[in-house]
Ligand binder design. Structure first.
Ligand SMILES: [Zn+2]
Length: 418
């Protein structure tokens, strides 16, 4: 079984080892992936909410050539063996030098130790226990067993956490027998224990937290670098709290600042005035929309009167057929309903080619003995299209090419039934 070097020294980034076992895990498109077990390893396998390390295994051939095997993933099996996934096979017995990608590991240590501290402060300040932890690519989350936390409480928790980070309190590790750990659990000194047998590894943040954990941690809280709460969200098991620590907090803040700066420059205001500027714009937009709506209604009224003037009242049906290239479906509806409301025996056949496919509207005065809905539905069905509406007003869509042909059919139908 591999000796896990990170248990004793989480800051170990390079180490010497020998390959103890190898197995092929997958083969696709002529490429194989292998898993290698080592007699000792500083690589952390995915477990306890903390993702695996990545890095490199370097072997020297008898001729002196270097063989580099990238470590893409690390996992542990049920027996506790640690397997390093790599595209290069290394035979059992090969001497290797391992290099852990330190920026990735340091990031994970900052988030994981930050999580222990944050969970402890939430518990002490608000009595809210942590039920799960997820260390993600961009941010990390804990789920608290509570419904909600007031904004001022969130701020207080964040302040307390950052004070403890600034105090640079020692973070220490010890391994104890399970029986002792169970006594600590019974005394309420630790909140939970993993189900497995054997010794228990405890991580302690001086005077604030004692936790059974197999993860890698910083040596003192100062190395967490700072913690920033990003928001909360209700989830099934409680309240999800999103946070970032250390360098990740700086990267996140830089990205947020870039977004805010860009928004400010688009709006020609300072970063702190962005929210007010957006609110102002939305209000202006709403007012402008009201004005446009009113003018569109007036325009429809005016255009309805003019179209009806061109088709004066006579003995029979006043059928107005018109296609617009610059009006939308909303305008067609306004225009059509105003036209047919203006008098008896009026039918409107309107289309808009501003949209693709074209929009079609058929409307008739209440006294016309026609059914616009079924007429349009049947006419569109001939093209395999759907559409229709009420006897007085129907709508549909059709390609520009077939528009006139469709109107001929509908017009013939209207004249026939009227
Ligand atoms: Zn932990």
């Amino acid at each position: 079984m591999s000796d896990r070097l990170y248990y004793a020294d989480p800051s170990l980034a390079t180490f010497e080892a020998h390959v103890s076992d190898i197995r092929e895990v997958s083969r696709s498109q002529g490429k194989s992936l292998w898993q290698i077990a080592l007699d000792r390893s500083a690589f952390y396998p995915t477990s306890g909410g903390q993702p695996h390390d990545t890095g490199m295994l370097i072997a020297t051939s008898p001729g002196g050539a270097l063989l580099e095997a990238p470590v893409l993933a690390v996992e542990e099996d049920e027996q506790g063996e640690v397997w390093h996934t790599t595209p290069k096979p290394l035979l059992a017995g090969t001497a290797v030098r391992g290099h852990v990608d330190w920026s990735r590991r340091r990031d994970h240590m900052q988030q994981h130790s930050g999580q222990h501290l944050l969970s402890a402060v939430f518990y002490r300040q608000l009595g809210a226990a942590t039920v799960s932890f997820h260390l993600g690519e961009m941010t990390s989350t804990i789920d608290l067993a509570c419904e909600t936390v007031a904004p001022e409480d969130l701020e207080r928790v964040q302040d307390v956490v950052n004070e403890i980070i600034a105090e640079d309190r020692p973070v220490t590790m010890q391994t104890i027998p399970r029986s002792e750990a169970e006594m600590l659990l019974a005394a309420g000194k630790i909140l939970k224990l993993p189900p497995r047998e054997g010794t228990i590894r405890l991580i302690e943040i001086e005077d604030i937290d004692l936790n059974a954990c197999g993860g890698t941690h910083v040596r003192a809280t100062g190395q967490i670098g700072g913690l920033f709460l990003r928001g909360t969200e209700r989830v099934r098991q409680g309240l999800r709290v999103e946070f970032v620590c250390g360098i990740r907090a700086v990267v996140t803040a830089r990205r947020d600042l870039a977004t805010l700066t860009r928004a400010g420059s688009v709006l020609s205001v300072g970063r702190l005035e962005v929210a007010e500027a957006v609110e102002r714009l939305l209000a202006e937009n709403k007012a402008a929309h009201k004005v446009t709506q009113k003018m569109t209604e007036e325009l429809a009224e005016f255009q309805a009167a003019r179209l009806l003037q061109e088709h004066p009242a006579g003995t029979g049906l006043r059928l107005v057929r018109r296609t617009f290239a610059d009006r939308d479906g909303g305008f067609l509806k306004l225009l059509g309903s105003r036209m047919v409301a203006a008098g008896p025996q009026i039918c409107a056949l309107l289309a808009s080619t501003a949209e693709v496919p074209a929009r079609v509207l058929v409307a008739a005065s209440a006294d016309c003995k026609v059914n616009c809905g079924s007429l349009l539905r049947d006419a569109l069905a001939a093209y395999g299209l759907r559409g229709g509406g009420s006897p007085g007003l129907a709508q549909g869509q059709i390609s520009h090419v077939h528009l006139e042909e469709l109107f001929d059919t509908v017009e013939a139908g209207l004249r026939h039934s009227a």
